[in-house]
Ligand binder design. Structure first.
Ligand SMILES: Cc1cc2nc3c(=O)[nH]c(=O)nc-3n(C[C@H](O)[C@H](O)[C@H](O)COP(=O)(O)OP(=O)(O)OC[C@H]3O[C@@H](n4cnc5c(N)ncnc54)[C@H](O)[C@@H]3O)c2cc1C
Length: 436
């Protein structure tokens, strides 16, 4: 039985694991190493002058009862439930998402004709390997050409022919989270639009602060039970002896001895030359002096000529995310460009023009704009990534977990589910790329 456990990364996966392990056995010596000064990882919240911004929209939604019970156990009464309100920007207007009949009838007639044709056409894809194969085989070439190709290219910077089909399995299903909305192929999409079932997707959110409040609660529990969290501590590698992990090396803080290591930091730190890549996200958090008519929690933008892929309106998560009678919005742009990482502000005029074009912001009425680069937000599923993952040879007493550790395009509930399974000694070997 491992006694000294080191968990690298104080995001949701690392903290859930630490919280469960310290709860299960007070004799375990559990240490979390976190490179930032706060917990939460991708689920952090930034505040300025009474405005709170998460890293893009962060909703808790799950159909897994164990995960839901865990959420409620940690949050107790200190949560709110919110009805989902998402939009997608198409044909120069915002539409409800999932799409309704009037929005579909508004699509260009050439697209509608092609979709109708696709409905009755034999599937042209023989073998599903790429993102493009997956989408064309499920939704037809009409919708692929009209929406999926441009959105995916804009979001990932890669041609959909160069992306693994798992990117579609995870991402497309993720956008339609309500099980009542059947949208896994063109026929079910059409049925869902013609005869929609009532959908009311509820998600959970902390009743104070932002999404980071959840992680702060987890961190408090870990500390109360005798665990240790070392903030500002960057893990740089492993120390091993005879093929077994003996410690985690850090930048400037020495080595943390361990019998077992769980690693939720990017796996590229340990395997830098294996070709795994992540995208980064550029966030622009904008504070507004008055309330705007942006009536959605988040809205997707697939168009190539619009710089952001999503806008989020924090006050639709909780009214006190902004001061009274004020508003705010977050624009998300995925990047792979080093120059932009160093100088995101050079996108400012383009961003403001696009925000004005879609009616989201009046550039002359802005209180402040904060740019943030969030590294390693999405794993890039190129065609070879599964083979490379299977080829990794981790030492004994070591396990990759979480989004960047497992190289998993997942959500918070998946990171929690994985950590719950591991802490309970259950195997987590299901094909999580597909099921997530
Ligand atoms: C824009 C955006 C929107 C999202 N929206 C949602 C949503 O609505 N709902 C949802 O459920 N999920 C959402 N997600 C996904 C969700 O954020 C992640 O699935 C989840 O937070 C992953 O948690 P994790 O602990 O696995 O990984 P991470 O949060 O990445 O945690 C890894 C931790 O390791 C730390 N670390 C990294 N390197 C080192 C190092 N060298 N040494 C020490 N520590 C290190 C990091 O700082 C981080 O704290 C969204 C993600 C993004 C990017």
């Amino acid at each position: 039985m491992a006694r000294r456990i080191v968990i690298v990364g104080g995001g949701i996966a690392g903290l859930t694991l630490a919280e469960r392990l310290t709860r299960k056995d007070e004799n375990l010596d559990v240490t979390v190493l976190e490179r930032y000064r706060t917990p939460g990882g991708l689920a952090r919240t930034f505040t300025r002058d009474g405005f709170s911004f998460d890293i893009g929209p962060h909703r808790f939604h799950t159909s897994d009862n164990a995960v839901k019970n865990y959420l409620l156990e940690i949050m107790g009464d200190e949560h709110v439930t919110i009805k989902r309100r998402s939009n997608v920007y198409m044909g120069g207007r915002r539409r409800n998402w999932p799409l309704t009949l009037d929005a579909v009838l508004d699509l260009p007639s050439s697209v509608l004709v092609r979709c109708l044709f696709d409905l009755f056409r034999k599937n042209e894809v023989e073998k599903i390997e790429t993102f493009a194969d997956h989408v064309i085989s499920r939704y037809g070439r009409g919708l692929y050409d009209y929406f999926f190709r441009a959105y995916t290219k804009k979001f990932t910077g890669l041609d959909p022919e160069e992306l693994h089909a798992d990117w579609a399995e995870a991402g497309v299903n993720r956008a339609v989270i309500d099980k009542n909305v059947k949208a896994d192929n063109l026929l079910s999409l059409v049925k869902g639009i013609l005869a929609p079932k009532p959908v009311s997707t509820i998600f959970y959110y902390p009743s104070s602060g932002g999404i980071q409040t959840f992680c702060e609660k987890q961190a408090r529990l870990v500390l109360e039970r005798g665990g240790t969290i070392v903030y500002g501590c960057e893990a740089t590698g492993l120390e091993t002896h005879l093929g077994r992990v003996t410690g985690v090396k850090t930048a400037g803080m020495g080595t943390f001895d361990s019998d077992m290591v769980y690693w939720s930091a990017p796996l590229t730190i340990l395997w830098p030359r294996t070709g795994f890549r992540f995208m980064d996200t550029l966030l622009c958090n904008i504070a507004l002096p008055s309330v705007r008519d942006n009536d959605y929690q988040w809205c997707y933008f697939g168009q190539e000529d619009i710089i952001f892929s999503r806008l989020t309106v924090p006050r639709h998560f909780r009214a006190d995310m902004v001061p009274t009678d004020h508003d705010s919005i977050t624009a998300e742009i995925t990047i792979r460009d080093d120059d932009l990482r160093k100088n995101p502000g050079k996108l400012e005029s383009r961003l403001l023009a696009d925000l004005e074009k879609v009616g989201a912001v009046d550039p002359s009425k802005i209180l402040f704009m904060d740019w943030m680069v969030v590294p390693e937000t999405y794993p890039i599923y190129d065609l070879d990534y599964r083979r490379r993952l299977a080829g990794l040879k981790p030492p004994q007493g070591f396990r990759l977990i979480g989004r960047c550790g497992s190289f998993w395009y997942n959500n918070m509930d998946h990171s929690i589910g994985q950590a719950l399974a591991i802490s309970a000694g259950r195997d987590f070997s299901r094909d999580f790329w597909k099921k997530s």
